[in-house]
Design a binder for this molecule. Structure first.
Ligand SMILES: NC(=O)c1ccc[n+]([C@@H]2O[C@H](COP(=O)([O-])OP(=O)(O)OC[C@H]3O[C@@H](n4cnc5c(N)ncnc54)[C@H](O)[C@@H]3O)[C@@H](O)[C@H]2O)c1
Length: 273
């Protein structure tokens, strides 16, 4: 089989593998010949090498899976995430960022040279430049416990949008880590998807944020993306073909952030690229 992506017989770890973008990426990785270790709080239906029930905001739950993961990993894909609303602010930031960072840092020593990390941020995090000092203050809480305590102390309550903040954290973390990882010949990137049809979108709708609102952030073709659109982008940047791509936040949005940055669309979230 053609191994142009370089995943054949490689170990990869993916969170959020049960649904949406993560499920699409999982199937693609299986099709590309990878040994897929899938982590999710839900049921993973794709024929992964091994699936683990993990609650990504619970350190002990992450640790239990880590103990059973292989010692050599080519790629980590951080796809798990929740919408806010309906998920409360604290849980949203713990799941979307704090657990993601903890898992990433535990696995980085196992990632092989040439391999890397690909995470899912969001268009909703693309206003990170205007909030950089605050994001950095939170990222300085560099342990799982310190970050949780900081949030429980209400330090992030000033943030109007806990979801957007959690995604700004992924973006800034990605950019911050790139230099250190380059010294180890390891890569780190994230994508910023525009609105995508998935269970996430359904839960947002059930909390009163329907397509009348989310469509404001769709590209000019009016399309909502599919999970596969995002899974494909993740697989591409973390593949052998992306071997010199690191430290990037890549809007996967058919040009939405480009239009906003160029002043061609209303800038509703202080976005720039
Ligand atoms: N759908 C969108 O419009 C959109 C846009 C931008 C970014 N995102 C992000 O994309 C990522 C994937 O979302 P999706 O749209 O595929 O939604 P989804 O709901 O289909 O998938 C999310 C997955 O994360 C898992 N998950 C949730 N909480 C978890 C926990 N505590 N521990 C472990 N796993 C958990 C779910 O079980 C599910 O399998 C998320 O990080 C989301 O924030 C989504």
């Amino acid at each position: 089989m053609n191994n142009v992506l370089g995943y054949q017989n490689q170990n990869v770890v993916i969170t959020g593998a049960a649904s949406g973008m993560g499920a699409a990426a999982t199937q693609l990785l299986i099709d590309a010949g990878a040994n897929v270790y899938a982590l999710d709080i839900g049921e993973v239906t794709a024929p992964a090498t091994k699936a683990f029930k993990v609650n990504i905001m619970d350190k002990a739950s992450i640790d239990a899976a880590i103990a059973e993961l292989p010692g050599n990993i080519f790629g980590l894909f951080n796809c798990a995430g929740v919408a806010h609303p309906p998920t409360p602010a604290y849980e949203t930031i713990m799941i979307n960022f704090v657990g993601l960072r903890y898992l990433t840092e535990q696995l980085l020593p196992r990632i092989s040279a040439g391999g890397g990390v690909a995470s899912i941020a969001s268009t909703a995090g693309m206003g990170w430049k205007g909030n950089l000092d605050f994001v950095r203050e939170f990222l300085a809480q560099d342990s799982f416990e310190a970050a949780s305590d900081w949030l429980k102390a209400g330090k992030a309550d000033s943030q109007a949008d806990a979801y957007g903040f959690s995604k700004q954290c992924i973006i800034v973390y990605t950019l911050q880590m790139a230099g250190e990882l380059a010294k180890q010949h390891k890569r780190i990137n994230c994508i910023a998807p525009s609105p995508t049809e998935s269970a996430f979108m359904d839960s947002l709708s059930s909390a009163g944020i329907g397509k009348d609102v989310t469509s404001l952030f769709c590209p000019s073709n009016g399309d909502f993306a599919t999970g596969a659109d995002m899974g494909q982008a993740l697989i591409a940047i973390n593949s052998k073909l992306g071997g010199f791509i690191s430290g990037c936040v890549i809007p996967v949005d058919y040009g939405y952030c480009a239009e906003v940055t160029m002043g061609q669309r209303d800038n509703l979230m202080n976005i720039s690229i």
